[in-house]
Design a protein around this ligand. Structure first.
Ligand SMILES: O=C(O)CCC(=O)C(=O)O
Length: 202
């Protein structure tokens, strides 16, 4: 259930019915220094993905930080958690306070250039349980994020996620919608996205 206190001065309702999507602009007040520290200090890795018998680099760098003992399978890649990094814990606490939710992991994505992207998918892995709340914090260069209904693909919502913005998705959003970060030919700054999640089955 989305909490009323998701709504603050910079908050807008993007979707509200069975699917809840809220955007809180400038949730982080010092996004440039947060971006720089995370870019330099997180243990970024280049994962590979095999599709139709061919192995490719995942088109972005990733790192997964979580409570010990958790495992997560993302796009057929089984991830083992790194121990929490202090700034990630600080951000997690701020988001938990704001949302009244509790998270035990964060998937970090680093889009180095406009060529890096994430393809259509939903955060609907069984480990997240039903109707998961996903808190997605963007830092660095703004990128286009698109939500579309799985059963009616022309029903789309486009958002420009800027540095410091927090996107909250809950209710049936992952069941009904999928999302992507679009590749762009425009010159864009590097972008880090942190998706805080609660793994309930490991
Ligand atoms: O970078 C983003 O804003 C989205 C990331 C995402 O979709 C994911 O981690 O599942």
């Amino acid at each position: 259930m989305i909490q009323n206190n998701f709504l603050g001065p910079h908050s807008s309702v993007i979707l509200d019915d069975e699917c809840h999507v809220r955007l809180i602009s400038s949730f982080v007040s010092n996004p440039t220094s947060v971006f720089k520290e995370l870019q330099e200090e997180l243990l970024w890795r280049q994962d590979k993905i095999t599709l139709y018998g061919k192995t490719h680099d995942v088109p972005r760098l990733q790192a997964w930080y979580a409570d010990p003992g958790l495992t997560y399978t993302y796009s057929h890649i089984q991830l083992s958690p790194l121990p929490w990094y202090p700034l990630l814990i600080e951000l997690k606490k701020q988001i938990e306070k704001h949302t009244n939710e509790s998270f035990n992991s964060v998937l970090c994505n680093y889009y180095r250039t406009g060529n890096d992207y994430v393809a259509w998918h939903a955060d609907d892995e069984k480990e997240l349980g039903i109707q998961p709340t996903i808190a997605s914090l963007s830092l660095g260069g703004a990128r286009k994020f698109v939500l579309r209904e799985k059963k009616k693909k022309t029903n789309k919502i486009e958002l420009n996620l800027g540095s410091g913005d927090l996107l909250l998705m809950s209710g049936r959003t992952q069941e009904i919608f999928e999302h992507q970060i679009v590749k762009t030919k425009k010159e864009v700054e590097g972008r880090i996205n942190l998706t805080f999640r609660r793994i309930i089955i490991s």
